[in-house]
Structures are given as C-alpha cells and as structure tokens.
Design a protein around this ligand. Sequence first.
Ligand SMILES: [Zn+2]
Ligand SMILES: [Zn+2]
Length: 180
Amino acid sequence: MVSDVLHIIAFEPLGTTGLERLADALQEALGLKPALPGSLPVPGASLDRRRAQYRSRGLLAALASWRSSRGEAGLVLGVTDRDIFIPGLSFIFGEADRENGVAVVSTARLAAEGEEEGQLEEERLLKEAVHELGHLQGLDHCRDSACIMFYSNSIGHTDAKGPGFCSSCEGERRPDRVGP
Ligand SMILES: [Zn+2]
Ligand SMILES: [Zn+2]
C-alpha cells in the first residue's frame, strides 16, 4: 500500500494538541502528510522498575499493533515523555523499527534552560523525529556531523546537527517509503 501519511501518536499523558507544531514542521521537512489520530497508554510491561526507564521496544510494539489493528498504511511516529532505553545504552532519544515502519522519540532528555527553552526543546524534538523517520525512509547513520542522520547520544550533538539531510542522505532517502 502506497501512502505518504505520517501518523503521529502521543503516549499518554502527552496529548496530541501539543504535537500540532511538530506535525507541521515534519510536513515541511519530510513532505509527509501528518495525521494526529489520538493517543495510546505507555505499555506497563515496558517499564524496567530497577532502572525506572521504559524499554523502547515495548513502545514500538504498541505502535505496530495499533497500525495493524487499524489496517493503516504510512509511517507511524510515537512521542513519549517517558525516559526510554535499549539494553546496553543508558538512554536513547529515539528508535526506529524499519520492519514495521514505526518509530518512537522521547522528550525526557530534551529539556532546555533559559529564555529560548521552549523553542529549543521543539527544535530538538523535531531533529530527533526527522532522524528516526530518516531511518524509516531507508537511511543509516551518516559521518557528516552537520547531517541530521549523524548519530547523537548527547544533547550537544543534537544541537550541533541538522535539521536537514546532507546531500548524500537526501539523495538516498526514499520519501515514498511505504508502510509494511
Ligand atoms: Zn539513528
Ligand atoms: Zn548525511
């Protein structure tokens, strides 16, 4: 099924209303048509009590099953305020599951301080979302530290890069990438 729809789903307690500006920015950055179909609970089983963090795989699985239960085409992006991780890393900003066409990003580590904090946090969220959606459009990590596909494991890296793709990534990107 060919679709250029991007479903943006909030993990509660986030609401979708706060995501409208992210949706507009992603439409501009990626040429996808955003839809805000609602919110989902964070799967309780994804909580690692010892770490007080959530396994991102659990959130990705919830997004994949949302899509299959609805029979939706297109890509799916989940946004959570929970701190997420994958085994072996202390935390992650986001993760993409290419096989299922779903990705998740977390706002937990994007907090900024100072006058421009709201704007900076929005910019960081946009960058993390574009990065994960870039993976869903077929891109791997890029060595160009100014490119949005540069791997970031610190907020300093995130602030230093993007939000755009380098010309090589832009050329390889498949904007018509379809859902599974
Ligand atoms: Zn990545
Ligand atoms: Zn690149």
